[in-house]
Design a protein around this ligand. Structure first.
Ligand SMILES: *Cc1c(COP(=O)(O)O)cnc(C)c1O
Length: 401
């Protein structure tokens, strides 16, 4: 059967608008389309393909587990889930793990747990959830309501209540909003979708202190920033602030769908049997792949490599900017970098994405004003250099148009 991009418009719900070409194969940080054209991948499946495409060790574990045991449901537990939970809790502040299939589901679990914890421990008045403008937490109705862009949650009828937002990196505004009624604060310790916005370390410390003062749980959404992306296993480790609940997904499965919520024993105890669940959550196939991805990422070789690769990006991007003067700032951390456009190119991130695609380079945007790179953590240096050569040609094409 012959399928093309045109088939998309015929048979797919139009909530996405994918690129014109259809990728068919990937290896490392290279991808080939139906016509055999070769792309360099700086998008990484939106911060998911943490070890590139078809990493041999992930292919091995997938096929191995695939001929052993795929699925059981949570009526039974399974060895890969138990091993992954052990490794995640050993590597982080957490004592307990809950598995889901996506970032939104991990966040949904975190929010429900926080509400249940506050309700049972403190009473009904303690239900307020505070989150931040431009934050992104997923597309279920609860998570999109907690997210900081009303445009994504408007138009679906009544929203889950007691959700308030305030400005990121503004401790004064946050202090005015938080009170004894606050049940939880959800934040990204590096905003991704919102435009690659790094947190001010003092802001994060202040949020932690105010959460403690008001008995509110601090939830870090590390769906995008986690699993080595910033050069530490989780971004909180570089901030010196420990959350009460952490959510992780995207890179966790290296391309296989999985999410997880991590927390302490004291808090986890409120998610008693029957309170929450998922048919696929903790599926052996997903957990086996994630376990291997975590084993590989959580090593000094890979984590230290992230810092070196970031330096390579920053150096070359600064050169490009010197020549074409298009960016106001190169920001972000590790393999989550954003090129913020200056006034002259305001709102035109998509033009740079299209020009990059023309040069056979896959990039992302984060809002209308930021070009985003979220490549594999082990992208070869040659691919970074070649990809940035292509990016320079794309920048030239937009600047000279
Ligand atoms: C992508 C993302 C999500 C949602 O994850 P899905 O797997 O798409 O549900 C949640 N939070 C953050 C910070 C994200 O970047």
């Amino acid at each position: 059967m012959n399928v093309t991009r045109a088939t998309f418009d015929e048979v797919m719900v139009p909530n996405y608008n994918p690129a014109g070409m259809v990728p068919v194969r990937g290896e490392g940080s290279r991808v080939w389309d139906q016509d055999g054209a070769e792309y360099i991948d700086f998008a990484g499946g939106i911060a998911v393909n943490v070890l590139g495409h078809c990493h041999p060790e992930l292919v091995n574990v997938l096929t191995e587990q695939g001929s052993k045991l795929w699925h059981l449901s949570n009526v039974f537990t399974n060895e890969p889930a138990l091993r992954l939970a052990t490794k995640l809790t050993q590597a982080t502040f957490a004592d307990k793990a809950y598995f889901a299939n996506s970032g939104a589901e991990a966040n949904e679990a975190a929010l429900k747990l926080a509400r249940r914890f506050a309700l049972e421990k403190f009473g009904q008045h303690k239900d307020q959830i505070i989150a931040f403008n431009k934050g992104f937490h997923g597309r279920t109705f609860f998570t999109v309501t907690v997210g900081g862009q009303a445009a994504y949650s408007d138009g679906f009828g009544p929203k889950p209540g007691a959700v308030d937002h305030c400005e990121y990196n503004n401790l004064e505004a946050f202090e005015k909003l938080i009170s004894e009624k606050t049940c939880a604060v959800m934040m990204e310790p590096l905003q991704g979708e919102g435009g690659i916005i790094s947190p001010d370390p003092d802001f994060v410390k202040g949020v932690r202190e105010l959460c403690d003062k008001h008995n509110a749980l601090l939830i870090f959404d590390e769906v995008q920033s986690g699993v080595g992306r910033t050069g530490q296993l989780y971004a909180y480790m570089g901030l010196g602030v420990t959350p009460d609940i952490l959510t992780t997904a995207k890179s966790l499965g290296g391309g296989f769908p999985i999410g997880a919520m991590l927390t302490t024993t004291e808090i986890a105890d409120y998610l008693k049997p029957g309170t929450h669940g998922s048919t696929y959550g903790g599926n052996p196939l997903a957990c086996a792949v994630a376990e291997r991805a975590l084993d590989i990422v959580n090593t000094p070789e890979v984590l230290n490599g992230v810092e070196a690769k970031e330096a390579l990006y920053r150096e070359r991007l600064a050169q490009i900017n010197e020549k074409y003067n298009v960016f106001s700032e190169i920001r972000g951390k590790g393999m989550l970098l954003g090129c913020a456009l200056n006034g002259e190119y305001e709102g035109r991130a998509r033009d740079f994405l299209v020009a990059s695609a023309n040069e056979k380079l896959m990039v992302l945007v984060a809002g209308a004003n930021v070009i985003r790179f979220a490549p594999s953590l082990v992208i070869p240096d040659e691919d970074i250099k070649e990809g940035l050569d292509r990016f320079e040609r794309a920048v030239a094409a937009v600047a000279n148009a």
